[in-house]
Design a protein around this ligand. Sequence first.
Ligand code: UN1
Length: 461
Amino acid sequence: MSTTQLVSRSPQHPDDVVVAVEEADTSAVAAAVARGAAAQRHWAALAAPMRANALSLCAERVAAAAGEMTELGIREVGKPRGEMAGEVARAVAILRYYAQQVLDPDGSTLPSSDGRSLLFALRRPHGVAGLITPWNFPIAIPLWKAAPALAYGNAVVLKPAPQALATALRLEELLAEGLPEGLFQVVAGDAAAGQALIDSADAVSFTGSVKVGKRVVSAAAGRGIPVQAEMGGQNPSIVLPDADLERAAAAVATASMSYAGQKCTATSRVIVVGDPRPFTDALASAIESLGFGDPSDAATVVGPVIEQEARAAVLAAAEEARAAGARVVVGGSAPEGDGFFVRPTLLDGVEPGMRIAQEEVFGPIAAVLGVSDVDRAVDVANGVRYGLAAAVFTTDLDSALSISGRLEAGLVKVNAPTSGVDFYAPFGGTKESSYGPREQGKAAREFYTWSQTVTVSPARG
Ligand code: UN1
């Protein structure tokens, strides 16, 4: 039998192989799910305070390894130091939060129809949660799925993106210090392993592209198991004439370019109401002032993109937009060298129908679209198939409230970057960006459990 090696390379130094392991085949994935199922039966039967203690221990293990995980993330996915350290801190906070959620009410009582019975509804775990995660948040996304899955009594089998495999494998070792054996397992693989996981898990949670997400959703639905998918975005930031120009420019620069724009919540369309020139100038200088280069440097905000194809896609998107009539304001080129760097790129003169304003590039590229009024801004903002995040920049409360209410986006920010989420708040989008129940916060319980309604009537009398 032939085996395939999965290789994860550092995007800033592609010769640096971070990890190379054998790919799990279909039967290895099925075996992991079977081990998870056995472990889950004991785990779900444990007293809740013991599950809470185990998750707290996991949090402490990850916290103790924070420096190491930060270095590994910088090396493996090229996330700049400040953001990577923040992500590891977020991962620890997620574990601590769900350790306590274990002890939250897990159901409700209802009045009985005869006045004598006890009627209650409670939540029960599915069994083994299959998690399929991207490389861009190599520790936070696996944990914002795994922590609630575990807290509510499930086992987890995680199939991370190959580009983030080393970080996931190290996370598996750290969690093994807090959890019973077999409860949190990582399988190394690509599409075939993902399919094998969908074929054997009891619930599937996915984050990644719309194209893959749609396949995941239909495969899981075909088996009749719960599925949620968080997919792409084409996120707008609307700038009104009364916005604080400098602050708005700084926020949009961060939202579009930090971590080289590789977030499903990144701003890729900047919709300016009125004359777009003053804001475009302010945004261009805010972008040019962002630290660009080596992600291990604490001053860096924009590091490399994940791989060669990603860099080529950014350059091709800029060139295609230019050919369609847009202007490259800054960037549009790649520096010499073997790392996958591409300069933060801002385009203006973009029309809503252009591909750059419709599809996700997933890189450090954003487009300015000028519009005449607020109604047009809202129409343009909503005129895409995605609906994940949107922002409005204004100093007028009425505008903020009325525009927020008209935006087709799961997350709306007023005077704040589209990117950046609070792990204790519901997270997800609308339209083609998301499918299924919300992630994170208390909302996660709905996905990782099912509801059972119980009636207990008196045996006598
Ligand atoms: C963030 O903006 O902090 O894959 C989180 C992504 C999103 C997470 C964004 N699911 O980029």
